[in-house]
Design a protein around this ligand. Structure first.
Ligand SMILES: C[S@@+](CC[C@H](N)C(=O)[O-])C[C@H]1O[C@@H](n2cnc3c(N)ncnc32)[C@H](O)[C@@H]1O
Length: 243
């Protein structure tokens, strides 16, 4: 499958490049129309073609994509780190796990709120993502974020040691989301929260109903929902102690 996707990628983008070249230099179409057509195609590509591919084949998105997804426009108007952190019922001293921290803007917003003794364990399966985050927090002299490579299907954290788990545009990318949520349930203290945020333009975007079904299967109860179909945040509570 990996080989197929690589060949598909090369042929597909090669063809797009050729079409742009042909339109500019042979058909002499105005470049603004070409740019418009290209943007429309990009939207179609990410919302339709990528979704179809990912429906059949799950893989961690390349670390470069995490840089693209986390842009200033999204942070200002769609998924603002401060607003998302405000909804997590945070208190100083908490131990938090973030799955898939990306560039770390959400990690930092949460880490500020749990000072002086709280810690955010920012976990990702990708070494590249973790190394980029390490460099960022070193540069910004942040000491209560601990980036570590982990597979969310099997955390290294002990039972009932964590107050909050959060994941932003991340859980549906992971092949077995219910297994991940069961792991969240295991590591959360009784009455702990898992907070999940999703964004429509994410090729793995699940409907609220789907995410609520996953969480129920893992033992969680829905406590709060924020946002709309385009960008939402759901807080699930661990009410019962199974361990
Ligand atoms: C779309 S990115 C999240 C970006 C970031 N949260 C944001 O909103 O900007 C999803 C991340 O999940 C990570 N990931 C995928 N599968 C994982 C797994 N099994 N365990 C931990 N992290 C995983 C990927 O490496 C990737 O960095």
């Amino acid at each position: 499958m990996k080989k197929f996707l690589t060949v598909f990628g090369i042929v597909h983008w090669g063809l797009i490049g050729f079409l742009i070249y042909y339109s500019i230099f042979v058909l002499k179409i105005n470049w603004s129309w070409i740019l418009f057509g290209f943007l429309v195609y990009l939207v179609f590509f990410f919302l339709v073609i990528v979704r179809i591919i990912r429906h059949y084949y799950h893989f961690p998105i390349p670390s470069i994509m995490t840089q693209v997804i986390d842009n200033p426009l999204r942070r200002k108007f769609i998924q603002n780190p401060e607003i998302i952190a405000d909804r997590m019922q945070l208190e100083p001293g908490m131990n938090i796990v973030e799955i898939g921290p990306g560039k770390g803007h959400y990690t930092i917003a949460v880490a500020k709120r749990i000072l002086p003794d709280g810690k955010v364990y920012a976990v990702d399966i990708s070494e590249k993502v973790i190394n980029l985050l390490k460099r960022k927090i070193e540069k910004e002299r942040i000491t209560n974020i601990i980036p570590q490579i982990e597979n969310a299907h099997a955390f290294s954290f002990s039972n009932e040691s964590i107050d909050r788990v959060f994941a932003i545009a991340c859980l549906p990318e992971i092949p077995e989301p219910v297994k991940v949520l069961k792991e969240c349930y295991r590591i959360l203290k009784p009455m702990g929260l898992v907070s999940l945020c999703e964004l429509f333009i994410d090729p793995d975007y699940p409907r609220r109903k789907t995410e609520m079904k996953w969480a129920r299967k893992a033992g969680f109860e829905l406590e709060q929902g924020f946002g709309n179909w385009f960008a939402y945040q759901l807080n699930f509570r661990k009410k019962f102690n199974k361990f």
